[in-house]
Design a binder for this molecule. Sequence first.
Ligand SMILES: C[S@@+](CC[C@H](N)C(=O)[O-])C[C@H]1O[C@@H](n2cnc3c(N)ncnc32)[C@H](O)[C@@H]1O
Length: 264
Amino acid sequence: MTGFDKAWLALREPADLAARNTGLVSELARFLAADEQPHILDIGCGTGSTWRSLSDRVPGSTSWRLVDYDPALLAEAARSIGAGNRVEFRQHDLNDLAGLPLDGVSTVTASALLDLCSERFCDALSERLSVPGCALYAALNYDGVMRWSVDHALDGQVVDLFNRHQRRDKGFGPALGPHATSRMAEQLAARGYLLRIENSPWELDARSAALQTELLKGLRRPLLEMRSLGEQEIDDWLAFRLAALEMESSTCTIGHQDLLGLPA
Ligand SMILES: C[S@@+](CC[C@H](N)C(=O)[O-])C[C@H]1O[C@@H](n2cnc3c(N)ncnc32)[C@H](O)[C@@H]1O
């Protein structure tokens, strides 16, 4: 599974739903309620997870525009959300920020997206949003924390290598990875936004064994690409982690942060 694969997105969705900071969602809902015609643009929408998690919690009059560059994910979003829900779907590459369809939009949402983005992209996005004065709700940005209840001597090195791999180009130039939330907050604050940042970690136990397993398997390639640990060391570490999950119900915390920026 890859980071944008529909099976992976489906597997992570319940953990994302449980992790989102509810206080920020309530504050977003209050902001939208003050708008006569609330309209959300969800960028990097994938299969529509943000819509599914927020649509019951924001005013019923809210219209949505869901944007992604992947036609297969957009088609899945349209299939699962259906027509007539005040939702439209648009294919768009976010690297074209000038062409971002912001007409009528008061709030931009993004989930599990900012950590993929570069400093340059985040700076340009904050400028693009601040001109019409759009709010930004950017949830589930990986913050560099990965912890297991059962220790292994290599854990620290593995997390450090993975976090450094997260800084590689994910399609927007060198990615911010764990620094994404703070960079975006700085940029929005400089443009007069009011900001709130809250933690939204995944707390994964035995009930999330399938997600934990895929997460672990997904670490293999980045770890190999960092060329610091040998293939055998990586495979031994993975075998230990998978066995700890199966035999000892090892739990795992993956840190995220949610950010809400409201125009002053
Ligand atoms: C980790 S997924 C998150 C999807 C969804 N927001 C969620 O929470 O399930 C990142 C999403 O960003 C989209 N994406 C990545 N680069 C993009 C780009 N340049 N333009 C538009 N969408 C992009 C991917 O197709 C994918 O749907």
